[in-house]
Design a binder for this molecule. Structure first.
Ligand code: HEC
Ligand code: CU
Length: 349
């Protein structure tokens, strides 16, 4: 008795450490246990069904095993070989039929949901189309019907079917918004995937790349903002408004030549980097530096995050493809002015 207690005492710190380490995995906003739409709800229902069946099987099997172990254990002085039983039709039928039945109970809703969620809504006139293109290490979203392009942040109307067309610009990535359901690989042209999601509630959900894709894979996040229809329409209009450029003319020219070769603001620029329209109202800079407009702990003013990014993009997201602005000929002072301009470039919607 004493010995056993000592063993437990020795194991306790190890257990405590495991609990501590594992609790680090629990980011509530990245949990499938908090469904916020019908797809995620259906998937959680499947998880619950399979876990319940497994628990029942486990309890019954362990109970029978424990009963047999105790009841038929070898007793003192009992040296005879017990009766040897070979074949028992009744038992064999029972232990074949029960698992078969359980597998059927699991299979019917699973297959039904797999086919329902695999259905593409790309040609459904009631669905909103979004083309998703993954890049090392950022997400591009293009709304073909609205002709609007965003990076890192996806704005969707609540309650509407969003039909995603998913592809990659480089390596394999995987599109995953745990609260809304998923995940779906982004493949190269030729094997494009489709996925439909619906958000039930206006809120911001976190999305993540779920396919190890390189050095900064862990920082490859995006935000999904579900808003009401009127807000969505206002957002589309605001995104299409003429570009706002830095007030200082010389800086504006430099910005156009060196930054708008990859980025867009309003109706100007390219799409080799995320669209920068309305950076000042975004929840993040480069998807991983959290801005204080969300009001959450651990966030910083947009301008601080912007300076951190522009001073050394490789320090924030190692391996990303944005050149260091200093190598493009921007001085520290100009970088601060750019940060100020971008932090104050807000979208009214
Ligand atoms: C060669 C193309 C290229 C050039 C030139 C470039 N960038 Fe970028 N930029 C990128 C890419 C790619 C990313 C996304 C990095 C990531 O998250 O992996 C990015 C990210 C950003 C972000 C964060 C965007 C977001 O959605 O959070 C800002 C801000 C930014 N760049 C500003 C600038 C400025 C200012 C300049 C000019 C000094 C510039 N960039 C020049 C490619 C470029
Ligand atoms: Cu990725």
């Amino acid at each position: 008795m004493m010995k056993r207690w000592q063993a437990v005492k020795r194991l306790l710190p190890l257990m405590a450490m495991f609990a501590l380490v594992l609790s680090g995995c629990g980011r509530e906003d990245l949990s499938v246990m908090r469904p916020q739409g019908p797809v995620a709800q259906g998937q959680l229902d499947l998880i619950k069904l399979s876990i319940s069946i497994m628990i029942v099987v486990m309890v019954v099997v362990f109970a029978i095993a424990a009963y047999v172990l105790v009841k038929f254990r070898r007793r003192k002085g009992n040296n005879e070989i017990p009766e040897q039983v070979e074949g028992n039709h009744k038992l064999e039928i029972i232990w074949t039929a029960i698992p078969l039945l359980l597998v059927l109970v699991l299979a019917v809703p699973t297959i039904q949901k797999v086919f329902a969620y695999g259905e593409s809504d790309w040609n459904n006139p009631d669905a909103l189309k979004v083309e998703v293109t993954s890049h090392q290490f950022w997400w591009e979203f293009y709304y073909p019907d609205q002709d609007v392009r965003t990076g890192q942040e996806l704005i969707i109307p609540v309650g509407k079917k969003i039909s995603f067309q998913l592809k990659t610009n480089d390596v394999l990535h995987s599109f995953w918004v745990p609260s809304l359901g998923g995940k779906m690989d982004t493949n190269a042209e030729g094997s494009v995937n489709y996925l439909t999601l619906v958000a039930d509630k206006a809120d911001t959900y976190i999305g993540k790349c779920a396919e190890l894709c390189g050095q900064s894979h862990g920082f490859m996040e995006f935000r999904v903002k579900a808003v009401d229809d009127a807000t969505f329409d206002r957002w589309v209009t605001a995104m299409k408004a003429p570009a706002v450029l830095p007030a200082d003319n010389a800086l504006a020219e430099k910005f156009k030549t060196n930054c708008l070769s990859c980025h867009a603001v309003g109706d100007q620029g390219g799409s080799a980097g995320p669209n920068l329209t309305g950076m000042g109202s975004r929840e993040t800079v480069a998807s991983i530096l959290l801005n204080d407009i969300s009001g959450k702990p651990g966030t910083k003013p947009v301008k601080d995050n912007m300076i951190e990014w522009l001073m050394e993009p490789q320090a924030v997201k190692p391996g990303n493809t944005m050149p260091n602005p200093k190598d493009l000929g921007f001085s520290d002072e100009e970088i601060e002015q750019l940060a100020d301009y971008l932090a104050n470039y807000k979208l009214d919607y």
